[in-house]
Design a protein. Sequence first.
Length: 407
Amino acid sequence: MFNVKIIRTIFQSFLFVSLLYSIWFWYQQAGSAQNDKDVRRDVVQVVSAEVSQIDVPVRLVANGIVTAKQMVDVRPQISATIEVVHIREGQFVQKGDKLFTLDARVAEANHRKAEARLAKSRSDLANAERQLQRHRELFDKGFISHAALDAVHSQVDSLRGQLGFDRAAVEATNVIRSFTEIIAPISGRTGAIPVNPGSLVTPDDAAMVSITQIDPMHISFSLPEREFNTIQQALTKGQVNVSVQIEQTIQQGSLIFVDNAVDTASGTIRLKAEFSNSNNYLWPGMYAKVMLAPRLLAGVFTVPAQAVQTGPKKKFVYVIEQDSSVIFRPVDVRLIQDGLAVIEGEGIASGVRVVAEGAQNITPGSVVVESATYDNTAYSVLQASNRLVQTPDRSASEKHGFEIETQ
């Protein structure tokens, strides 16, 4: 009996110890699983980006209208019928090319009449000068009075005046004759031609044809008046380059005009840029997107725009520490363009890594795993490649562009 009690006690003790061990083991497993779950919850996959320090030309963008540098309406100077039309509608002509020939018969007749009158005046003057010479000889010998000599001298002076008048008349008829040949006053492209051979034209009629200079071309546009001082300062330093985008083509030109007053109704200042147009991409009346970069932000820090988060009081970025933890860094955003943000703030320096994508999953104390790296510089060049504004003395690999959209 005694032995049975001892055995029972030992058995019960063994069961109790086993139960305690099972409970301890279960708590250990549960704690380990919970820790693993917490670790998995706090580790967040993100796309990171590196803060870059670059020079950023601040680009101004506006919608402009293409205008011709020169446009001339060709009208006749005399009333006459058209004999020959030497051009076609839409033809390119050079300065001095013949456009129209008018009926010159009346002008030729008037010219011959003027020349005949001039010849008669020369003959009359020559005869009067001979008479004056003879009267001087007679006056020297005392055969005629001084009054008679003065009368002949007065006649010579009158004929000299008549000769000058007739010469001017011949020159005038030459001018009238030149009006019968109408030539191009500028080089350019002709418009519609509403007249034909045989048409009667007068100086009061509508234009016989208009000629528009195509190369170079001007683009007129407006910018907010707040940019006036920046543009003026850039002009004092030299040429201000302007780009124009027509579909997928970029043309380069230069700023040539800033208006002398601000439009008080819209608060804008009018400007004009000149572009070479040998390829005829620009055409009068077209709408075009123009860009210029009169101001440069030197040595600023940039990150992808999506890396900047908006807080209740201020914008911020998540900075990735060496141990893969993230910290909150408030920043001031100076500019956001082309998918990049120019920022400044405490702890922001070149080479610092920030969270570019995946920030919505980050909580205090999170640890991140960088699944990819966002190339800040390459992204800038990629976004700006189609709209890059050329700046002097900088290689293409160093240019990064931003733009301020204006209406």
